[in-house]
Design a binder for this molecule. Sequence first.
Ligand code: NAD
Length: 322
Amino acid sequence: MKKILITGAAGFIGFHLALACKKRGNFVIGIDNFNAYYDVALKKEREKILSKNDISILNIDILQQSELEKLLLSHNITHVVHLAAQAGVRHSFNHPEDYIASNINGFSSLMETLRKFPDVYLVYASSSSVYGTNKKTPFHEDDKTDHPANLYGATKKSNEVMAASYRHLYNIRSTGLRYFTVFGPWGRPDMAYFFFAKSIIEKKEIPLFNRGQMRRDFTYIDDIVDGTIAAIDKESDFEVFNLGNSKPIDLMLLVQTLESFLGQKANIKMLPMQPGELLETYADIHKSRQALNYSPKIPFNEGMKRFVEWFKEFYLLEAAIV
Ligand SMILES: NC(=O)c1ccc[n+]([C@@H]2O[C@H](COP(=O)([O-])OP(=O)(O)OC[C@H]3O[C@@H](n4cnc5c(N)ncnc54)[C@H](O)[C@@H]3O)[C@@H](O)[C@H]2O)c1
């Protein structure tokens, strides 16, 4: 039986992945440090649901190497899916130290732990941000990734090259997944689609950088989970894959879609381009289609509908708590 440790299990992707792995019969255990980057209550709500499904999350930081070691040993872990990280681009402008701590030192702590468990297979989250200022679209895995537009992208790129050196030196096999703008129920409040939905309901201004002239390859959470599970099962020797939808969406269309599902108009504030942002993300998914049988199924509109249905329920609940 596969025994999977998910780091960042109280997070958006980790939560969905844990449920899906459990459902297909894997043993699943999670760790998370429950940091306050966004609403901890949301992380705790996700934890409650996992707990009802017999999945525990231990409050451990990935920097705690000896705790990781104990966990791998005591549960005979066969696979680690490493999702714990400081996510988000904007936060990196003012809090670079959070990215160095979790994404560089944290990744290093995990790799050093895995040196003692070379049979454990690693799948880790990279990001479309590694493509940085590249102009050529769609982004292909073989494109250059040495000009990240922000520190977040730089840390994700570092993870990929660190993984390469651990493969070379210590035979630690891994797959890095370059996720593209993942969205859906139980999503991250700091991401634009969530933040826009909240602002529309609260009748607050929505800042649209570059006057809305930006495109994102929105990818529904269930497709990301399927691609991640395929990577766990495939156990490539050493690979990175794009996991995106390969259909970039204009930010103006995002706003209009949210307006129509929420039944309210947005109050848009057009702003100039902000340094560190990307104009477009667009995944070439031929490689993941071929190797992982990855095939995104949920179109943007259907995914946003599902998100808004969940959001309305969650938002009302949150409003009742406050
Ligand atoms: N959501 C996206 O669109 C997207 C896109 C590209 C890449 N990613 C990557 O996928 C992974 C998961 O993203 P997510 O959207 O679920 O983010 P998330 O913030 O919801 O989940 C990350 C979880 O990791 C935990 N964490 C952070 N630092 C930790 C540490 N030092 N020790 C232990 N736990 C820690 C956080 O508390 C959080 O619950 C991240 O690595 C992120 O960078 C996400």
